[in-house]
Design a protein around this ligand. Structure first.
Ligand code: MG
Length: 160
């Protein structure tokens, strides 16, 4: 039995914040604003995991008025979300994702992101795709006001 999930997230770029995408800290003059470390890629993936099983969204699982999640490493949230998927009897078959950012160039960091995400979801990097694009100077990411991310994935039910 297969289930498809889709997730989207966006965070505002601000000075004085670290830029963390897919669990990788990327040298840049600005970072993403948020209650947690604002890892927009991981947040989109968590929404896709939860969405695949109609379990709500990241805000339901990890409320942003809960101080225990203040500045938390989103990889911790991803591992918790994946544990929930496992407890429902599913594992990740594969994931595809796209980060929309005008800058900085993300290509040097993609492999490390895939490795982090694969570790957190107990799979191989060959099952985890991360892509990056600009939006040609248009919209949320093109104006450099923020960075957004899309994730789609498939879960498969396992007998245990
Ligand atoms: Mg978010």
């Amino acid at each position: 039995m297969y289930r498809i999930g889709f997730g989207y997230d966006v965070h505002r770029l601000e000075s004085g914040r670290k830029l963390i995408l897919g669990g990788v800290e990327i040298p840049f003059e600005k970072g993403l604003l948020g209650h947690s470390d604002a890892d927009v890629l991981i947040h989109a993936i968590i929404d896709a995991l939860l969405g695949a099983l109609a379990l709500g969204d990241i805000g339901k699982l990890f409320p942003d008025n809960d101080m225990s999640y203040k500045d938390i490493d989103s990889r911790i949230l991803l591992r918790q979300a994946y544990a929930k998927i496992r407890s429902e009897g599913y594992i990740l078959l594969n994931l595809d994702s796209t980060i929309c950012a005008q800058e900085p160039k993300l290509a040097p960091y993609i492999m490390q992101m895939r490795s982090n995400l694969a570790d957190d979801m107990e799979t191989e990097t060959s099952s985890v795709s991360v892509k990056a694009t600009t939006e040609e100077g248009l919209g949320i990411s093109g104006s450099k006001q923020g960075i957004c991310a899309y994730a789609t994935l498939m879960l498969v039910r396992v007998n245990e």
